[in-house]
Ligand binder design. Structure first.
Ligand code: CDP
Ligand code: MG
Length: 750
């Protein structure tokens, strides 16, 4: 919430209020629907009275605090099947009973909305059913996932079920990693990857069915896909479209897809006791760990699932749990800790699905991924601190950040449900559910839209304001995206995509990064720039910082890459080049406190970027002696991210009235401060930090982006008034055109 007290806070709040209002309505619909579903399930499974779990269960977190309110909310018992789901038996999954009905509906309806409890078998089974019914004879079956890990792990599972090698008949495709072949007919992929495929194959001719899975997540890419595939369905009557969701926006999906048929797969669910803390503890992580510990000491065997916000929390929790278990000694049964998050190495991901050996308890430490994307069997206890990381964007400052935010009520229900899949479960909530919002705001309304706007423009959708959004983004966000793309040169004054823009689209990275890559041609340093781009895109940190006593060694090793203190980008370049000189040795990584896993990924990404450069006809040239050239190329993409040192040691963004700081992870942190910096991104934790910063010269700003910076900016003489006037005139150029077009369109409609 702090982020919204910044500049432009009022607008943000208003927007959220409006969104909330709208979602209020959805919730009421949802409740009605839930009742309806419960009734339906009762009918299907034979009438059973709705049982209520008795009130007044006592569970005191006495090791945490003496003041904990506990209570049990009634859980609807929807009637369940006593059969346990055998892991390797497809026929035991709830969806199996509806196989034929489902296939018939797919045949009869071009667009079908499928709703079903998590774990009922939607993701793994539907593509297989479609294949068995012959759909793959006409083309591939594509199934999108919002998360990389889900795409990979589900594909692996399906390959295993079919007894084929992953990447052959069944494969997956995620950014920078394509595990498919000519033979692939069932393809799992991230929603972002399908967007990219649309750029190459606008009618998706090689597909016979597209399944937009996990639609309830409403990621930015999924929302854009909705608009595109809806249109595509009209152009391709043979294409089948399935929108699949774990929760209850079904009606909204159906309405959006011109009253598409909704099909509900009743799930099996056991009652879940929900215990909660009325007054949440300040240290969530500590409380969560202690709760796990208590469960282990007091509750019968059964696995525990803890929802945490990210890799960092997961690693801390793992350490703490291990310490606690050590204290306990051999008195208690063993626990097996299984982390799962998106950057976890593939080989470790599979471990989470292995059943715990007899007499032991598995504790899964997971991010949101375990909420609906992945089902882990055997969970009986859920510990839910009630937070997740979400993307948040302030269109006024262009500031994008990952914020730890309370989850929504809908998420809380999903999380609790994870404990009741194979038997009655318990969910320990470290918060009061009454404090939560009903649902999460779709990402499209809180994200930086520059990348998708460029994609849309490249697809020939020029009027982005009239794109068929399920929930339209704030106009301001669209404006900001157009403004940035214009400043980067990806759009012309009339808001059409330029040749440069078309080249930028080739790269599966954000527009500023792709501009940096394409822009490197001019400075003859494309070899260096794609190295830096790859190092920035690994998604995990490059430098390894051990706990405690070896830290200074690690820090020394790291600082050796900062010889002239030029900055983080340059240091990343040096790390990569040194590693390359050492023949990509992992031993070298180890000795220098470098994460070899990240390095291998960087090498992989770099190769792909090199391939793409070749495709757009840019030669790979090295200019390693001239660091200024490299910095200028960085600036060609990141000139809007410039900052100037203030007297108090903080920095101020050159074109925005915003104070920012050097991130503690930067090699420039604590060093003698540089007057002018360019940074890769802003992250908001306790302050607004610039991550990955490099020194630059202010005159370069005017040289590289004369349309964006005037001498006054760098001399600091520009007044507030002239600044806003300049921005407005820039926007006007973009705006008048789209607005004018809009009018034409409205006239057409009328
Ligand atoms: O998509 P939905 O939530 O409806 O279910 P699913 O992901 O198709 O999962 C069906 C079953 O496959 C569950 O019982 C999962 O535990 C199992 N599964 C697995 O064991 N390993 C995976 N990587 C994915 C699913
Ligand atoms: Mg699924």
């Amino acid at each position: 919430p702090d982020a919204y007290d910044q500049e432009g806070g009022v607008d943000q709040r208003k927007r959220f209020a409006v969104a909330r209002q709208r979602y209020g309505e959805v919730t009421r619909e949802k409740e009605a629907w839930e009742d309806h579903q419960a009734q339906k399930a009762t009918v299907r499974f034979g009438a059973k009275d709705k049982k209520q779990v008795s009130d007044g269960y006592e569970f005191v977190f006495d090791e945490v605090t003496s003041f904990v309110e506990t209570s049990v909310e009634a859980e609807k018992d929807r009637g369940y099947d006593e059969r346990r789901v055998a892991k390797d038996d497809r026929k035991m999954l709830p969806i199996y009973a509806y196989r034929d009905e489902l296939l018939k509906l797919v045949e009869e309806n071009q667009v079908l909305v499928i709703v079903g409890e998590t774990g009922s078998g939607k993701t793994t089974q539907i593509p297989q059913y479609l294949q068995e019914a012959g759909y793959t004879k006409r083309g591939k079956i594509g199934c999108t996932q919002p998360r990389r890990v889900a795409a990979m792990s589900v594909a692996a599972r399906v390959a295993q079920e079919l007894g084929v090698k992953l990447g052959h008949q069944v494969g997956y495709s995620i950014r920078f990693e394509d595990c498919t072949s000519e033979k692939t007919v069932i393809k799992y992929m991230t929603d972002g990857m399908l967007l990219r495929e649309l750029l190459i194959e606008p009618k998706l001719d090689s597909y016979s069915v597209i399944i937009v899975d996990e639609a309830h997540e409403r990621t930015l890419s999924t929302d854009i896909l909705f608009g595109l595939v809806k249109d595509l369905a009209k152009a391709r009557p043979d294409l089948r479209l399935i929108i699949s969701s774990a929760t209850l926006e079904a009606k909204k999906f159906s309405e959006y897809f011109d009253s598409a048929r909704i099909y509900m797969i009743p799930g099996r669910r056991y009652p879940v006791e929900k215990l909660f803390q009325r007054c949440p503890e300040p240290d969530r992580l500590e409380t969560a760990v202690r709760t796990v510990f208590q469960i282990h000491q007091r509750e019968p065997l059964g696995d525990v699932l803890v929802f945490l916000t990210g890799q960092e929390e997961i690693e801390t929790a793992e350490t703490k749990l291990k310490e606690m278990m050590k204290d306990l000694g051999s008195k208690s049964s063993e626990i097996i800790i299984c982390p799962i998050y998106s950057n976890l190495p593939t080989e470790l991901q599979a471990k989470v699905f292995d059943p715990a050996p007899k007499g032991t308890r598995k504790v899964v430490l997971a991010t949101n991924i375990a909420e609906t994307s992945l089902t882990i069997e055997g969970i009986r206890y859920v510990v839910d601190p009630g937070y997740c990381k979400i993307n948040s964007y302030n269109p006024k400052t262009g500031m994008e950040s990952l914020l730890e935010t309370p989850i929504s009520k809908a998420s809380a229900e999903q999380r609790a449900g994870r404990s009741g899949r194979t038997g009655p479960g318990k969910c320990f909530r470290l918060y009061n559910v009454k404090d939560l919002e009903p649902t999460t705001i779709p990402e499209v309304q809180r994200a930086n839209l520059a990348s998708v706007v460029l994609t849309l423009k490249s697809l020939g959708i020029d009027d982005v304001f009239n794109f068929d959004f399920m929930d339209p983004p704030p106009e301001k966000s669209l404006m900001k995206a157009l403004e940035l793309l214009y400043a980067l040169g990806a759009l012309d004054g009339k808001s059409y995509i330029t040749k440069l823009g078309e080249r930028m689209v080739e790269f599966p990275v954000d527009p500023m990064l792709s501009k940096m890559i394409v822009g490197s041609e001019k400075y003859k340093c494309s070899a260096e720039i794609i190295t830096i781009a790859a190092m920035l895109s690994t998604g995990s940190s490059i430098f390894y910082r051990p706990t405690r006593n070896q830290q200074y060694l690690a820090d020394n090793a790291r600082m050796s890459f900062y010889t002239d203190n030029a900055g983080d980008h340059i240091a990343l370049l040096r790390v990569y080049n040194s590693w390359k000189e050492m023949n990509y040795s992992s031993q070298w990584c180890y000795e220098n406190y470098i994460q070899s896993k990240s390095m291998r990924r960087a090498r992989d990404i770099r190769e792909q970027l090199a391939g793409l450069l070749k495709r757009i006809g840019v030669e790979l040239t090295s200019n390693s002696e001239d660091l200024d050239a490299v910095k200028k190329a960085i600036l060609a993409g990141f000139f809007p991210h410039s900052a100037k040192l203030q007297k108090d040691g903080s920095y101020r963004r050159v074109r925005e009235p915003q104070t920012v700081y050097v991130h503690p992870s930067s090699g420039l942190f604590g060093a003698s401060p540089k007057k002018w910096l360019v940074y890769h991104e802003l992250v908001l934790t306790t302050k607004e930090y610039m991550r990955h910063t490099t020194e630059m010269k202010p005159e370069w700003l005017v040289e590289i982006a004369p349309h964006y910076y005037k001498l006054k900016d760098i001399e600091g003489t520009r007044t507030k008034k002239s600044q806003s006037r300049n921005i407005r005139s820039l926007m006007l150029m973009v705006d008048t055109n789209t607005k004018a077009k809009r009018k034409v369109d409205t006239n057409k409609k009328a």
